[in-house]
Write a protein of this length. Structure first.
Length: 637
């Protein structure tokens, strides 16, 4: 049975359709084509009988002058209006109808516009919105053209209008000459004046009025939407440039300061460590994870506590079968990752706690590198350098670039600002005292690592970043799995930001920098950046504005250069950089959709459940995995 689309997807698609529809319709109405002569139908009127047909209006300045002349002389005329002018000048249109004149359609955007199909429907919709009616008179019948488009001499124009003894005379009410000709024609002796038709307006249906209201709103407010578009693009571009500048500047400064400290390194710090591994259905990876920990070269005692959180695939059995010394396996009913972490922390013996996911592989020196910042007693938590192990294929390369040019570069910036908001579950360490001060690992959000890190920072501890502490993690191997993972991360991050919003009024770095950084670059920028992409499509396909594409391309080149610099800072090869432009065209849209969907889900009040990503065990099957002195994974660039 096919499932109905989720509410947030309906909201996103509906919003995009409405937005693009409004700006495209505005662009259509704003482009005024050149007038085209339209002979129309041949009207048979008695001799000495004239029907005055005014075209191209209503005009806010000149049509009232024409109406004043007709009112003075008691003559009824016919006004062939254009839809855009009706919407722009509703009061003048109503006056035409109220004073007994007939109304016909002479195009939607300008006189001579084709009046069939969609064009006719849009013009009728404009009348339905303003008058609550539509007209049966479509087209621009005329036997005599007054020539007021080409000449200015009133006498000449009157003679041209009277060269036939009777018929429909074409005039224009979008200039000063039309009223003057009408006055002179009414003064000619022996002529009678009638309307082109006696057919009245027809009352519009409710559907026609609604359609008219929508199209009229789009025409009137499309310009405002475009201004908002432009403002959003300017903000997005400013944020993008600011983030790039911060990434390159602060990351470079942080790397320089670290090199200076490495030139005169402090004594190696080697406290005893407890490694807590929460695991739920990680049978494919748990053996490789535990082996990589056991193969560490840390100089002090390392104990491993694997907490099986109600797995149904034999995860605990796989861990126990290894028979490795110092490894304890705890079993509990499924209670969620926070509960598993708290259980492992309670069982652990040591005060330095390394917390990692059950699909992560450490290098032999990862633990030793990870605990070095704890030599500073003010440090309560340390983030390591999480890397994508399964980089084969385009999706793997994209995630590798995201980790290096996004997450890890962000951590270098936030480390310099002393407000890292997330110690990732793939590789992180905490002091027991810091976790206690934070109230333990909370289950109130779907991003328990972000929640805990923010709580530790707000409790007065400093969070450090140690890029030398590398851990290899299995990234999702399908778009569906990637979306589910990023969706949970994004939603959980927003939950954590809301939970710790009081940090904004506190004096600590999380409120001064951390939350503002997340708000600007992880919420506002992803929400606004798609507007730039939409505007490029709008400019290229609708508004004939190729400059938008040029600006977008320049921005892409800048981001690509920034990504290359990030790879170099992280000691990575530049070979995957060729996939970066494709990432921005496809993968970036997915990450934007994740943020948008997370916000809409929260706005709808939907409670998101934990979504586990399907594992493949690719890291665990890599040659040399878990063997001391050899790489844990084989990377393919």
């Amino acid at each position: 049975m096919r499932r109905a689309p989720r509410l947030h997807w309906v909201s996103i698609l509906l919003g995009l359709v409405v937005l693009m529809g409004v700006v495209s319709f505005h662009a259509y109405t704003a482009i005024r084509p050149e007038p085209v002569r339209h002979a129309g139908e041949h009207r048979q009127l008695p001799e000495n009988t004239l029907a005055l047909a005014f075209h191209g209006g209503p005009d806010p300045k000149w049509t009232p002058r024409v109406l004043d002349v007709l009112k003075e002389t008691g003559i009824r005329a016919t006004f062939f209006v254009t839809g855009t002018q009706v919407t722009r000048n509703p009061e003048v249109t109503r006056r035409i109808a109220e004073e007994g004149h007939r109304i016909g359609i002479d195009g939607f955007r300008a006189e001579g516009d084709h009046v069939t199909g969609l064009n006719r429907a849009l013009a009728q919709a404009a009348l339905a919105d303003v008058l609550g009616a539509h007209t049966p008179l479509v087209g621009a019948p005329a036997e005599v053209d007054s020539g007021d488009r080409d000449h200015q001499d009133i006498g000449t124009l009157v003679r041209m209008s009277l060269r036939e003894r009777g018929g429909v005379v074409r005039l224009h009410d979008d200039g000063s000459i039309g009223a003057d000709i009408a006055r002179e024609l009414t003064r000619q002796p022996g002529y009678r004046f009638v309307a082109v038709t006696d057919e009245p307006l027809v009352t519009a249906s409710g559907t026609e009025r609604f359609t008219g209201a929508v199209t009229a709103w789009s025409q009137r407010n499309g310009g405002v939407v475009l201004v908002l578009f432009g403002t959003a693009i300017a903000i997005a571009a400013l944020l993008g440039l600011l983030r790039t500048a911060m990434q390159l500047g602060l990351a470079h400064t942080d790397r320089r300061l670290r090199r200076e400290s490495e030139a005169d390194p402090p004594p190696w710090f080697a406290p005893p460590v407890s490694v807590v591994v929460p695991a739920y259905n990680e049978a494919l990876n748990i053996a490789a994870t535990v082996r990589s920990i056991a193969a560490n070269d840390h100089l002090a005692d390392v104990e491993v506590v694997v907490v099986d959180d109600g797995s149904t695939d034999g995860t605990a059995d796989r861990a126990e079968e290894l028979g490795l010394p110092g490894v304890t396996v705890l079993r509990q009913d499924n209670q969620g990752k926070p509960a598993a972490l708290n259980a492992g922390i309670s069982r652990a013996r040591h005060d330095v706690l390394v917390l990692l996911d059950g699909d992560t592989i450490f290098e032999p020196d990862t633990i030793g590198q990870l605990v070095q910042p704890f030599a500073d007693s003010a440090v309560g938590a340390v983030s390591g350098n999480a890397k994508v192990g399964n980089r084969k294929g385009l999706l793997g390369r994209w995630q590798h670039l995201e980790y290096c040019a996004g997450s890890n570069l962000d951590r270098q910036i936030l480390h310099a600002l002393r407000c890292i908001p997330t110690v990732p579950g793939a590789v992180g360490a905490f002091r027991r005292a810091a976790i206690t001060d934070a109230g333990g690992v909370s289950d109130q959000t779907l991003a328990e690592d972000t929640d805990l890190t923010m709580a530790v920072t707000r409790a007065g501890w400093r969070v450090a970043y140690r890029p030398q502490a590398k851990a290899w993690t299995e990234a999702p191997s399908s778009l569906r799995g990637l979306f589910r993972q990023r969706y949970r991360w994004s939603y959980g991050t927003f939950q954590s930001m809301w939970k710790h919003r009081r940090a904004l009024v506190e004096s600590g770095p999380m409120g001064r920098f951390g939350l503002l950084y997340l708000l600007a670059f992880h919420l506002l920028l992803p929400l606004l950046a798609p507007v730039m992409d939409l505007y490029v499509l709008y400019g290229f396909l609708v508004a004939d504005a190729p400059l938008a594409f040029v600006v977008w391309t320049a921005f892409l080149l800048l981001q690509t250069a920034s990504a290359g610099y990030a790879l170099r800072l992280d000691g990575e090869s530049l070979k995957p950089l060729w996939a970066y432009p494709l990432q921005q065209l496809v993968y970036r849209q997915l990450t934007y959709a994740v943020v948008i969907q997370s916000v809409i889900t929260a706005a709808h009040g939907t409670q998101l459940r934990w979504m586990k990503v399907r594992r493949t065990g690719l890291l665990g099957s890599a040659p040399g995995c878990g063997v001391p002195g050899s790489p844990a994974v084989v990377l393919e660039e």
